[in-house]
Ligand binder design. Sequence first.
Ligand SMILES: [Mg+2]
Length: 281
Amino acid sequence: MDLTTDRPFDLTDAGRRAWNAIVADPGSTLLCSDFDGVLSPIVRDPDQAWAAEETVTGLARLGTKVGKVAVVTGRLVRKAVELGKLDEQAGLESMSVLGLYGFERWDAATGEFDEPYAPDGVEAAKAELPGVLAGLGLAHARLEDKRLSLGVHTRELEDPHGALATLEIPLRELADRHGLRIEPGKFVFELRAPGVDKGDAVRRLIDEVRPRTVVFAGDDLGDVPAFEAVRSLRDTGDIDGLLICSASTEQNALVELADVIVDGPPGVAVLFDQLAQALEA
Ligand SMILES: [Mg+2]
């Protein structure tokens, strides 16, 4: 029986295999999702990026059926839990939230936060950053302190594209001086401590959970290492993998790597709903 007949999505062959594997054995599934742009819409003020109710409800519905649910985000773990109201949602009892690309963690089972201190380079770069921005005439760029990383956002500036171009080299130099990496995103540059990315975070979850099937839903460049980690394990035949791209007009780096493309958080909600229906059938 083809369990995917009612599915309205175009899946790759590998994605269809993973979908069928999830339906056949949901308990052996690890379901991971990014936060911004996947569970929550992208908004001008990142502190107001509340998760869409339908995405979190869908995740919770799946949470009662799959082996484990995880949010893997570049955000502070506390902020992601708060903006998703993830500690209030029934059905997410198996959930872990990996913040700062896995540097921080919260587990629903214990309610405990693990939040280590930030490395020195981040603190030093943070102290210098306002002076660098003022020197470029970009003092109004929004700064986001994520402890392990610093975000410089240009979305709210008059010329967001021009500001990105102006920032790139000076921020790269600042990052080099303090042993940090620079990561571009949607109208943002992030200066980040090295050695932490979503690929490492997902591999650690896979080692812990030993799933047969892994789902990852992402929307931005920071999700590429996670997609690549799942793809490489899938290529060896160790797991099935379903990679979901929550598409936007701002970023299409994941399109080529994904098994299914959906239209932003509303599309993610529909896909979660379809998968939950398939599991409940
Ligand atoms: Mg995102």
